[in-house]
Design a protein around this ligand. Structure first.
Ligand SMILES: [Zn+2]
Length: 181
C-alpha cells in the first residue's frame, strides 16, 4: 500500500501480522516506509504519519522531497515504457519457443528482476527498462524456462542455455544493476 504525502512523497506501508506497533524506516529506494499490523486502516496509518512528522524529520534521513518527486516521475516514465515493451517481448519469446503462460504482471517494488508463479503468471520488474537489451531478454527467457522447471536445477539451466548461450555471463552482468526503481 502507498500513501501519497505532500511532505514525504510516496510512503510505503507494509502490513505484517508480526508487527506489533507502527515502525518507521527508510526503504532501499530511499522512501519512507511504515511497518504496521495487518488490521491497520489507511486512515489510521495517515493519522500516525501526521502525529510523527517531527520525529521523522529529525531522525530519518529522508531524501529531499524534490528528489523524491523526481524519482516518482522517473518511475512513471519507466512504467509507461515497460508497459509498451515487456508484455510484447515476453509474448514474442513465448511464441518463438512454444511456451504458454497465463498472465504478465509488471512490478516495481522489490529486489527481483522477475518471477514465475505456479499459476503461470510471469512478473517482470519495470527496472528492466534500464538494463541492456541482452540482459532484459535473458531475464524473460529465464522466467519462461521456469514454466517448465520451478527450480534452478541442471535441467532448468540447460533449458535457459538453449535459448541464451551466454546466460552465465548475463546472470553475472545483471548483478551490476539494481532492480529498485
Ligand atoms: Zn530463477
Amino acid at each position: 500500500m502507498l500513501i501519497n504525502d505532500d511532505e514525504f512523497g510516496e510512503v510505503i506501508v507494509r502490513k505484517s501480522p508480526l508487527s506489533r506497533g507502527i515502525r518507521f524506516s527508510i526503504s532501499t529506494s530511499g522512501r519512507l516506509q511504515m511497518s504496521v499490523p495487518t488490521y491497520t486502516s489507511t486512515f489510521l496509518a495517515k493519522r500516525f504519519l501526521n502525529s510523527n512528522r517531527e520525529m521523522i524529520r529529525e531522525k530519518l534521513p529522508i531524501k529531499d522531497p524534490n528528489e523524491q518527486r523526481a524519482r516518482d516521475y522517473q518511475k512513471k516514465v519507466l512504467m509507461k515504457k515497460a508497459r509498451e515493451f515487456l508484455p510484447y517481448r515476453l509474448e514474442y519469446f513465448a511464441k518463438l519457443y512454444g511456451y504458454s503462460y497465463d498472465k504478465c504482471r509488471l512490478t516495481h517494488a522489490g529486489t527481483r528482476w522477475g518471477s514465475c508463479s505456479s499459476n503461470r503468471t510471469i512478473s517482470l520488474n519495470i527496472g528492466l527498462m534500464k538494463v541492456p537489451e541482452q540482459l532484459r531478454d535473458y531475464v524473460i527467457l529465464h522466467e519462461l524456462a521456469h514454466l517448465n522447471h520451478m527450480d534452478h536445477s541442471k535441467a532448468f539451466w540447460a533449458e535457459v542455455g538453449e535459448h541464451d548461450k551466454n546466460y552465465k555471463l548475463h546472470e553475472k552482468r545483471l548483478k551490476m544493476f539494481n532492480p529498485g526503481v
